[in-house]
Ligand binder design. Structure first.
Ligand code: NAD
Ligand code: DAU
Length: 357
């Protein structure tokens, strides 16, 4: 039986990954989820697996050497899947420090603890893998149509978030190059799907449409992001762990580039279509909710992934096209209004009010 140590498993992509893995491998795997439960971590995301004897949760900080080493000492970890991070660009602009701590120091500590546990006299134990989950934002911003991020594109991060992720990628690469450490990196484009915290564009817009709030669009709304359904990202991570070459990085994306304003309009149209005609919310759902607001500082213009390497080397293809994925996502938010109430109360609510007052 293979044992996975998942960091940040109570967050958006981590929790979807845990669901994906148990659906795919059932009792053949064990997952230990280590998460600090920051504002972005929510154990409600994992309520259906919490009683699974092959799943366990440890509340700990990835920067904590003692706690993380203990997990490695108590368990024979085969693969680390490292999601834990501060992930929101706007927060990084307001408070960069925690991004450096979690994303850089936290990753360094995870690398050190795994290295200590896995190192032998002549290298590393057989079959061990450290998959570092990174982002396309490390490549910076594309300006011209028809250009893409390749694995060979030079790093050019602009926000404190992307700079911290780029730093963590370099540390992972340094461990491969220096020690022969068995790590791999994935650089994925924007994810969407169930359990995404409503500070990110898609769940924020869905929630605001449903509750009749303004829809804040930064700048001219023409910034482009390349959207991927979260379960396709989970599948890519699993396949890279299984088939990827140690020391390599793999871009993950499904060629689904859209301007932000297009996304907002698609969500408005789709929600109108999906709600019953006599639903009282129909009356307020229209494009008048769209409000152009001050642009994000240093706002990257366009991201677009070239997924050629993961397709040809690993055989990964996305399964869920955007037209279907956005409906699945909206349906999920329709059905999880309590989840939304829980995550929009407390600290997050204060942050939200400050940003959009
Ligand atoms: P998220 O913010 O939803 O979740 C992050 C999780 O990490 C939370 O559960 C949080 O509690 C946990 N965490 C934060 N600090 C921690 C610490 N010090 N110790 C332990 N746990 C801690 O993030 P997400 O959107 O699920 O992103 C997961 C990873 O994927 C991140 O590394 C992010 O950079 C990367 N990524 C995200 C996207 C995207 O579109 N969301 C795309 C590509 C890559
Ligand atoms: O590209 C991968 C990255 O995608 C991940 O590494 C990050 O963790 C993840 O947060 C995401 O970053 P973005 O900044 O692209 O995502 P966000 O949802 O914050 O914003 C998407 C776009 O929408 C971006 O151009 C900013 C814009 N936006 C965002 C919000 C929250 C708005 O116009 N209005 C908004 O209210």
């Amino acid at each position: 039986m293979k044992t996975y140590l998942v960091t940040g498993g109570a967050g958006f992509i981590g929790s979807n990954f845990i669901h994906y893995m148990f659906d795919r491998y059932g009792d053949d795997i064990k997952i230990i989820n280590v998460d600090l439960l920051t504002y972005a971590g929510n154990l409600e995301n994992l309520s259906d697996v919490k009683n699974n004897p092959n799943y366990s949760f440890v509340k700990a900080d990835i920067c904590d050497k003692v706690e993380i080493s203990k997990i490695f000492a108590d368990n024979d970890i085969d693969s680390v899947v490292h999601f834990a991070a501060e992930s929101h660009v706007d927060r990084s602009i307001k408070d960069p420090e925690v991004f450096a701590r979690t994303n850089v120091i936290g990753t360094l500590n995870m690398l050190n603890c795994a290295k200590e546990a896995w190192e032998t006299n002549d290298g590393f134990k057989e079959g061990k893998r450290f998959l570092h989950v990174s982002t396309d934002e490390v490549y910076g911003s594309l300006t011209e149509e028809g250009t893409y991020f390749y694995e060979t594109t030079p790093y050019d991060p602009h926000s404190p978030y992307s700079a911290s992720k780029a730093s963590s990628d370099f540390l992972v690469k340094a461990y491969v190059d220096t020690y022969g450490f068995p790590a791999l990196i994935t650089n994925c484009s924007n994810n969407y799907g169930p359990y995404q915290f409503p500070e990110k564009l898609i769940p924020l817009i869905i929630n605001n449409v449903l509750t009749g709030k303004k829809l804040p669009v930064y700048g001219d709304g023409k910034n482009v992001r390349d959207w991927l359904y979260v379960m396709d990202h989970a599948k890519a991570i699993d396949m890279v762990i299984e088939k990827g070459r140690i020391g390599e990085k793999y871009n993950v994306g499904g060629h689904n580039e859209k301007q932000n304003i297009e996304i907002v309009k698609i969500i408005i149209d789709t929600i109108k279509e999906m709600l019953p005609e006599d639903d009282e919310r129909q009356a307020h759902i229209n494009y008048d909710l769209i409000t152009y607001v001050e642009d994000r500082k240093g706002h990257d213009r366009r991201y677009a992934i070239a997924p050629d390497k993961i397709r040809s080397e690993i055989g990964w293809e996305p399964d869920t096209m955007f037209a279907e994925g956005i409906k699945l996502t909206i349906r999920w938010y329709f059905d999880h209004t309590e989840w939304m109430e829980h995550v929009t109360s407390g600290d997050y609510q204060k942050y939200y009010e400050e940003m959009y007052k």
